[in-house]
Ligand binder design. Structure first.
Ligand SMILES: [Zn+2]
Length: 392
């Protein structure tokens, strides 16, 4: 059997399996239950977050022999054909390669026919914003007088490029980026089902590299597996994702917060000889200090940030000894030098200069502490503490 990529093998087949789009799923399920299904939907949102998967599940829900139902049976002929992509009544069209007026005219002819074996004829048009300027009016005509047996589902990563005349005829649903936590859970589930050993840290690096797209994270996981086999080591993931600089960022910031300029310079040198792009490294460092500061400010609410648990714990431990004021100052220095860093001809030297400045920074005393000290002083003055001390 051919190797089936994870994104396809684990494509959600029911609404319950859809990750991170609860708001859309809930609305669609209710519409089916209340028998108030629109004739045209448009699903907008980033790539790889489940738009066409939801369109297919919706098609199954509407055409299932036991339906319309929000929980299609998955076993009737209609359900199985839709899963396999062979249903005569559910057509998937790639808007990027069928973008001309001729294709849309053909589609208009096509919608006239009744469904062959199901309730509805369903047209799923992916990347609908790619249609040509001439094709949209032709599509609009169909949307204005849709036959009762036809349902359109459009998907697009660029909703703003779809003409308002089309949008106003559609029920619009916004798909969201998927959080690292949600992607991690899914990757973990896949690892278990596929009998792949991988650490929680490895899982969360892959999830973060997906950048909000479950499909991207899954294909990164595919690459990791084909590189390491079923026993995935952290070092493999780091290497494959180019994450080695993250380790150095942690080492560097640790030395910085311990006010150890010598160690800082040593870490930079090692990174330099390991072949890091110093300008990119600077950006990673900037982002790292932003996270440190945010976690400091958020305190117990830090779990709300979209960071993996592993990173969160590490960052919390790292920032423990530093005050918010100090972290703020360090971030300010990095931000103020960002532009210069981008322009410099000698990024290593520039990075070293900035880091040394940061390492020698005088510790700022938090304002609460100063107020506390003043209050103490005041009490002692009021209580005559000084007089007693003077006479003794
Ligand atoms: Zn069915």
């Amino acid at each position: 059997m051919d190797y089936l990529v994870l994104a396809r093998k684990f494509r959600p087949q029911s609404f319950e399996e859809v990750v991170g789009q609860e708001h859309v799923v809930k609305t669609l399920k209710n519409a089916i239950l209340q028998n108030r299904v629109a004739h045209a939907f448009i699903f907008g949102g980033p790539r790889g977050v489940g738009k066409t998967s939801v369109a297919r599940i919706m098609a199954k829900s509407l055409n299932c022999e036991k339906g319309p139902t929000p929980t299609p049976c998955q076993v009737c002929a209609n359900c199985r054909e839709i899963t396999a992509g062979t249903s005569m009544d559910v057509r998937e069209i790639d808007g990027a390669s069928n973008r001309g007026i001729d294709e849309i005219r053909e589609l208009r002819e096509n919608v006239k026919y009744s469904p062959t074996s199901s309730r509805y004829r369903i047209f799923i048009i992916d990347e609908v914003h790619m249609l040509t300027r001439e094709a949209f009016p032709a599509l609009l005509k169909t949307l204005e007088e849709p036959p009762a047996h036809v349902i359109f589902m459009f998907a697009t990563t660029e909703l703003h490029k779809v003409p308002a005349t089309i949008l106003s005829r559609c029920q619009c649903h916004d798909f969201r980026m998927i959080t690292i936590r949600q992607i991690s859970e899914k990757i973990k589930e896949i690892a278990q089902k596929e009998n792949i050993r991988i650490s929680q840290a490895g899982i969360s690096w892959i999830a973060a590299a997906g950048n909000g797209s479950l499909r991207d994270a899954q294909s990164i996981f595919d690459q990791v597996i084909s590189y390491s086999g079923t026993d995935v080591r952290d070092a493999h993931v780091e290497e494959l994702l180019g994450l080695a600089d993250r380790r150095y960022v942690f080492m560097l910031s640790e030395a910085l917060l311990k006010k150890d300029p010598g160690k800082c310079l040593k870490v930079i040198e090692e990174g330099y000889y390991a072949g890091f792009d110093m300008k990119y490294f600077y950006q990673t460092l900037l982002n790292h200090f932003r996270n440190l500061l945010f976690i400091k400010i958020a305190g117990k609410d830090a779990a709300l940030f979209d960071l993996s648990d592993d990173d969160l714990l590490k960052l919390q431990a790292l920032g423990e000894g530093a005050s918010r004021e100090t972290l703020q100052q360090l971030l300010d220095i990095l931000l103020s030098e960002e532009e210069n860093m981008r322009k410099t001809q000698n990024p290593r030297l520039h990075l070293e200069a900035v880091i040394v400045r940061m390492a020698y920074l005088e510790e700022l005393i938090p304002i609460e502490e100063i107020l506390g000290r003043m209050e103490n002083l005041e009490k002692r003055l009021m209580g005559g503490g000084f007089r007693n001390a003077g006479s003794g």
